[in-house]
Design a protein around this ligand. Sequence first.
Ligand code: GDP
Length: 206
Amino acid sequence: MSQDAGTDPLIIRRLEFIGGMKEALGWRPPSELPEIAFSGRSNVGKSALLNRLVRRRAIARVSRTPGRTREINFFRVNDQFVLADLPGYGYARISRERKADWRPLIEGYLGRTPRLAGVVQLLDIRREPNEDDVSMLDFLSALELPTIVVLTKADKISRAQAEARTAALASGLGVDVDQTIRFSAATGEGRDELAAAVSDLVNKAS
Ligand code: GDP
């Protein structure tokens, strides 16, 4: 949780919004740098996590702009990698057809990005993964994409409960506990661990 630049695994020197992708075959940034995608259902805490990760509010500001909430928003980080903020899926208040809207865009992007270095999949630590979460994880595993599972809002339960939930979720999803990171945007828990995991994926891909 250190804010000390000397130990920060991901120091953000530059962060630049480079555009949004609206449909599966629509505009996307040129594939020059490794890309890391962030995925999760609406309200899982993705904006809060991204703000913590990059230590600025720029991402939430862009991604919440009307018209951009259903796009994939791309940010170039340090001229080192591209961060792809996927639209939150499965918003409960929209109809079943609208719910399915995210699939062609998200799956099209994930399936057609040769420089995709990995995906950070967010799950609320207190909730059971729903159908959409499971289908996303299955899709990532079918594509053999390196996946980091982040369990968000860890501050909402006790440490003992958080440990039990981590073990239960990992075993239910068939992933190793080591592949999961407990995260809290409220306390900063997990920020540096996530930053290190993202840097690792980027360095492996560079
Ligand atoms: P998004 O839709 O996935 O981008 O979710 P947001 O980041 O907007 O968060 C949804 C709600 O959960 C907001 O009310 C946040 O304040 C809250 N939230 C997000 N992360 C955390 C967290 O780590 N701890 C707590 N207590 N609340 C959080």
